[in-house]
Design a protein around this ligand. Structure first.
Ligand code: AMP
Length: 393
């Protein structure tokens, strides 16, 4: 049976109203759709640009009925939304990616189990159901290790490093203090990677998929700082990453945009760290440097439209504006100086308050060559650091 195409003029539903939800909404509007945003936080950025806004808890049954009635299809902007909500919506409207895909991905243990059992390379890992098993489990996985909550962690939150045996007691204590009934953790071998990479893949309802170029990422304290595109280095690595990405979404039978986060070992080997079932921060460059952005692809894929041809129009370096970084550039001389940088494209997410570790915006530096873009990005990072040093002294 031919799947129904959802045409412009229809209402698309998105669960979660952060910056990813806002960028999805803007891409959908450009293609002539309306968007209903459901996010409990009334100040979430996507509410500002939505046609229909539902600032209500995800448990609100009344809103569930109205939302389901209004929309033609549902998607989500992050994986930590309740899977039961997606299951309930799926009774009435298509949810893309499906609730079954979300359930596999939102639990790190399920996700790594799925990847390993399908033959994809992942770091050695084991599950933990009680803090007092920690010493045994780390012995299985080996030192150094990283313990992560199985669900609900992001941007390095809910992670503990265990470098040597003497760390176990402290981490066990931290796990006990934060434990809730039924909670599980995953313990992974800490990988001495050479670099972190990621790749976006889009899969349509007809099973066709396409990938974006491989990108190189730098993190600080578990948060993405900088993305370079295309990732410098061997094309064989990029081809391997693209093959993994297509095979993973095929196995999942996922419909939508996905991102594979990867570790490259010094030998060149790739390990999959994580799958995101949605557009990704490391794909924000696609807004300014590609023929079709990751958000437009999300719209096309969930609506059953043809996917867009992926073309990188310019090398780019994306720099995130996190916490206090943003203060200097949001007003006055800082903002003007930034807008004056050749090839710099500025995005602020319109969040009402600056908080430490909060993603406030990003800048994409475009250039004829990656080194041109990189020079401007480096200069920009230096300006941020100088400013923060001055403001703290
Ligand atoms: P995650 O929340 O799993 O994406 O982890 C956030 C960041 O922590 C990653 O981007 C890596 O920098 C680091 N990380 C996560 N897992 C590992 C691992 N097994 N080995 C080394 N670093 C890791």
């Amino acid at each position: 049976m031919k799947a129904i195409v959802i045409e412009p003029g229809s209402v698309l539903g998105v669960l979660g109203g952060g910056q990813l939800g806002a960028m999805f909404t803007m891409a959908a509007c450009r293609l002539g759709y309306h968007v209903a945003v459901w996010d409990p936080d009334p100040e979430a950025p996507a509410h500002r640009v939505a046609t229909h806004s539902f600032p209500a808890p995800f448990t609100d049954q009344h809103v569930l009925a109205r939302f389901a009635d209004l929309v033609s299809v549902v998607t989500y902007e992050w994986e930590n939304i309740p899977a039961e909500l997606c299951q309930a919506l799926e009774q009435q409207k298509p949810v893309r990616p499906s609730s079954a895909v979300l359930s596999v991905i939102q639990d790190r243990l399920e996700q790594k189990g799925f990847l390993a059992s399908n033959g994809f390379p992942v770091p050695p890992f084991a599950g933990l159901t009680a803090p007092d098993q920690l010493a045994n489990i780390v012995r299985q996985v080996g030192y150094p290790a990283l313990c992560k909550t199985a669900t609900a962690g992001y941007d390095g939150k809910g992670q503990w490093r265990i470098t040597r045996e003497s760390d176990v007691r402290e981490v066990e204590q931290a796990l006990s203090e934060s434990a809730r009934p039924g909670m599980r953790w995953i313990v992974e071998s800490l990988i001495p990677f050479q670099r972190e990479l990621s790749i976006l893949v889009v899969r349509g309802i007809d099973g066709q998929s396409c990938t974006y170029p491989l990108v190189e990422n730098e993190h600080e304290e578990g948060i993405l700082r900088t993305t370079k595109v295309p990732a410098p280095g061997s094309s064989a690595v990029a081809e391997r990453a693209a093959a993994f990405a297509c095979q993973v979404v095929d196995r999942l039978e996922g419909v939508g945009v996905f991102c594979l986060e990867l570790f490259q070992l010094p030998s060149g080997e790739l390990l999959i760290n994580e799958i995101a079932p949605r557009p990704h921060n490391s794909g924000h460059y696609t807004l300014d440097a590609c023929s079709v952005s990751q958000f437009e692809q999300q719209v096309r894929a969930i609506c059953g439209m043809p996917l867009g041809e992926v073309r990188l129009l310019s090398p780019a370096v994306m720099v995130n504006l996190i916490g206090d970084d943003a203060a200097f550039f949001m007003k006055g001389a800082g903002c003007q100086a930034l807008l004056d940088v050749p090839g710099a494209v500025l995005h602020f997410y319109g969040k009402p308050a600056i908080r430490p570790r909060r993603k406030m915006g990003h800048v994409t530096f475009l250039g004829e060559t990656i080194s041109f873009a990189l020079d401007h990005a480096k200069q920009f990072r230096r300006t941020i650091r100088d400013h923060l040093r001055r403001s703290q002294s």
